[in-house]
Design a protein around this ligand. Structure first.
Ligand SMILES: NC(=O)c1ccc[n+]([C@@H]2O[C@H](COP(=O)([O-])OP(=O)(O)OC[C@H]3O[C@@H](n4cnc5c(N)ncnc54)[C@H](OP(=O)(O)O)[C@@H]3O)[C@@H](O)[C@H]2O)c1
Length: 317
């Protein structure tokens, strides 16, 4: 029985696994955890599509990984989650090229940015972290189901965060039209949405062999902190036990995503929130680990699913 924890790395989690013949997509693969996740999956033989919004950063990442001579094939495509029209274009192109998708890692994210809206008028963190991924995943479902129909589970991994504890999902005012914008509360809401999406998606697709997981990767120094100032750092650190944040390296941070995408231990399971390469416990209100009950509530998950469908297919923002 494999045992992993806080310190486990991508290399340890993927050891002994052969992903040749499998197709994986990683969003936000131009920085941080996305690059390491893509590297690890390609290192195990998968064909990996690097998806990102910035062509120059994407080309640099592609060239870096190609120089590593990984056994899996590497491809790249533009994906801007903050524009649903572009998400539709990207998904259509990918479906043309990839009739089967085994693994989709919805990794891209923005955190605590100043107030802004996506092209269709969603609050930027909600729009990028949840709404864009909701549409992208929905459009790719035929290819995920086609992969699962061949007898192996297909998996969708949604990067959430322990920051989901900053906020439940506010169904009354998700886009901050009636309440003042709070960048951390908005991040928390979007990361709660990532867990609720995993719960509702898994409930809908488990019978066709497509399983969904939400992941908290840990605290890792990446470009995600680009909007943080020293007050933000102090406030976040203070919310951890003893006022200290325990940081992970990037290979440790991406390990839970890779575990979620590939672990044989998770076969037949889904709709779960994972941290430190294990299934998290339900958290109480004071704990910094675990998953808050509001993020795994099936009724809230269903409500967010229906709202998100209206948003992306009904043109409502
Ligand atoms: N690092 C942590 O401590 C931590 C903790 C908890 C959860 N997470 C989660 O882990 C995930 C990865 O974070 P990270 O630390 O690797 O952050 P990162 O280094 O900032 O990478 C984020 C990636 O998302 C991309 N992205 C941002 N907006 C996008 C958009 N509109 N369309 C497409 N791609 C977009 C970024 O592209 P650009 O390069 O163009 O900006 C980048 O490739 C995020 O979902 C984050 O919330 C991270």
């Amino acid at each position: 029985m494999r045992e992993f924890g806080f310190d486990s790395t991508t290399a340890e989690v993927i050891a002994g696994q052969d992903l040749s013949g499998r197709v994986a997509l990683v969003t936000g693969a131009s920085a941080g955890l996305g690059v390491e996740t893509a590297r690890t999956l390609a290192g195990a033989g998968a064909t990996v599509w690097l998806l990102a919004r910035d062509r120059a950063k994407l080309d640099t990442t592609l060239a870096t990984l190609q120089a590593e001579s990984l056994p899996g094939r590497l491809e790249s495509a533009l994906l801007d989650l903050a524009d649903l029209d572009q998400v539709r274009t990207a998904a259509a192109q990918l479906l043309d090229t990839c009739p089967r998708i085994d693994l989709l890692v919805n990794n891209a994210g923005v955190m605590a940015c100043p107030h802004a809206e996506t092209a269709q008028g969603f609050e930027m963190q909600l729009g990028t972290n949840h709404v864009g991924h909701f549409l992208f995943t929905g459009l790719l479902l035929p290819a995920l189901k086609a992969a699962a129909a061949e007898g192996r589970e297909a998996r969708v991994v949604n990067l959430s965060s322990a920051g989901h504890r900053f906020s439940a999902f506010d169904f009354e005012d998700p886009n901050y039209r009636q309440r003042p914008y709070d960048k951390w509360q908005a991040y928390g809401q979007s990361k709660t949405a990532n867990v609720l999406f995993s719960v509702a998606l898994d409930a809908r697709t488990r019978d066709s062999g497509v399983r969904a997981f939400a992941v908290h990767p840990g605290a890792i120094s990446t470009e995600l902190g680009r909007h943080m100032d020293s007050d933000d750092m102090a406030r976040i650190a203070a919310s951890f036990p003893g006022g200290k944040m325990a940081f992970k390296s990037i290979p440790q941070g991406a390990a839970t995503s890779v575990w979620a995408a590939t672990a044989p231990e998770l076969e037949g399971r889904g709709g779960l929130y994972l941290e430190d390469c294990h299934v998290a416990d339900l958290a109480d209100a004071d704990s910094s680990g675990g998953v808050q009950p509001w993020a795994v509530d099936p009724a809230a998950a269903e409500r967010l699913w229906l709202l998100s469908e209206r948003w992306v297919y009904g043109g409502e923002a």
